[in-house]
Design a protein around this ligand. Sequence first.
Ligand code: GAR
Length: 194
Amino acid sequence: TKNIVILISGSGSNMAAIVQAAQQQDWHQAFGASISAVISNRPGAAGLEVAQSLGVATQVLDHRVFETRVAFDAALMQGIDRYQPALVVLAGFMRILTPGFVSHYAGRLINIHPSLLPAFTGLNTHQRAIDAGCAEAGCTVHQVTAELDHGPILAQAAVPVLPDDTADTLAARVLAQEHRLYPQAVRGWLQDQP
Ligand code: GAR
């Protein structure tokens, strides 16, 4: 089985979109793939209950109890590797990963970022796109490499920035595209696997 582990920190709406696509499109039958677990670094992440309600096992690994980023990432790797994943999916996972973590999952670690990369790496992407006067904003699915938000791009979706947009209205428009794009990109990744 091609196990998929999804990492979240918050509401987990992208995670839910991927799990629902996997269930509705029967990725087990189609690709021998299974969403094995959802892991959150935040004990209170709303996405944990969403995952449970979708029948996916959850795990919490609170980053605050670890002294260092390296120690947290080592524990996270242990938690993930129980599933021997073919793919690790970052879905609103709001932690910077160490180079050791990234290299351990080289070629099987992907992320979604709420901008049209290479524009607007980092945080507050929607406000920054509005402030810059961009006509378009969007989201990017990319492979994760050591440099934050810089890996090879797998898929992008664009939306218009409207004259009276706030960061919130723009974020909602982009998020709707994320929910379409991310499951499609994971599916594409599975299709390309031997
Ligand atoms: C999404 O918009 C995602 O692109 C973004 O956080 C949100 C998570 O929402 N990710 C980042 O900003 C990564 N730096 P979700 O928890 O409902 O999927």
